[in-house]
Design a protein around this ligand. Sequence first.
Ligand code: HEM
Length: 394
Amino acid sequence: MPNTPPPGPIVRISPNELHILDPDYYDTLYNQTNRLDKSDYFYRTLGNPYAVFNTSPASLHRIRRSALNPFFSAQVISRFRPHLQHATDRLCARMAACAAHDELDLLDREDWGRTFYAAYRSLWDLSPLIRQFPVIMTTAMAMPRWMTAVLNPKALEVMDLLAAVDEETLRLLRSDPAEVEKKPYPVVMWELAKSEVTPPEEKRFEVLTMQANGLLSAGFETTGAALAHMTYCVLANPKTQQKLVRELEEAIPDLANVPSWQVLEKLPYLSSVVKEGLRLTIGAVSRLPRVNRTDYMRYKDWQIPPNTAVGMAALYVVKNPDVFHDPEAFIPERKGTRSCIGINLAYVELYSVMATMFRRFPNLELFETTHEDTEGIHDYFAPMVRSGDKELKR
Ligand code: HEM
């Protein structure tokens, strides 16, 4: 057998796509200023081409991203915080009630809880298929409901979810302006629809509703998965839990006054727990291919021809032992960073929930939960855990 040399940093993973394995190149490829397109093939995976997340051409992406940016600044997200703290307090109150009454159902609204999650999970489950056969979405939309139900019950759940998002968007757009403007924070789709700077074609109903759907899918599963994963990591490491609880008890003497996110993120240990938890959650597990339509891309001495998709999987950066010593271990004492449009919103959620939950339940314990239950085994863009009927346990 001839000796096969180890592969270099570039591997051709399909006729028109390269993967680069070099953590030092990550910030260059994904630099927001480099104006590369997202790969059409890769990003059509959720069947929503109008959502900023899935918009391929850099020129159109810039328009959509700039329209959304103002709603995700740290300042604007701070206005949303009382709402989030209220939701966090409700979660903790439900956990306390469940513990007291030996009941386990934390999601008290059947319509916007379990069903909502299950429908998004079905969308993610279908996503690899949609990427290969995008026509599935249009076909399912055109079919009578009963036929979709027989052929693919998951697709029916997704169709119903999209219809529910349409309905919510429509209801919002028809709201009394005085009611919407009374809210202490901006309502994104409302502001986009009314904005004088949003181009008219971006105010079309089908664009707004897909943007709403895109923000929901990008915003809820990622943060939810990160919270679940980092809670598991803390509970699986009793020393970390003790250290975290000690810091929170000192910083939050009164549980009725949980400090703002800006104060919480300055708590050194909480901040390290959140960042290390985010590293292990990974966010987007696979490559996020970018394409230069007009020019060569350069990587070291390589010249990559125009129209070649080039991606790097974050998995191989965050699990790279040269970058993170003992990469599988949860070690909050080390540092790391992430970035996305929703990062401020995600941080408010992560800091509020982790601080409030561990301050309120210092003795929380794992029950019949193992590493396997939190392991991302599906690459649906975000890593997804095994689906199954495991419930939250007391
Ligand atoms: C822990 C939570 C989160 C993680 C780990 C995460 C991770 C990521 C990653 C890795 C990307 C880049 C994807 C790419 O380049 O293709 C991204 C983009 C994005 N994220 Fe997040 N995200 C989180 C929370 C949120 C939240 C709360 C929202 C709010 C709605 C959000 C909305 C978005 C959007 C819209 C994009 C696309 C941005 C663009 O294409 O310009 N994310 N996220």
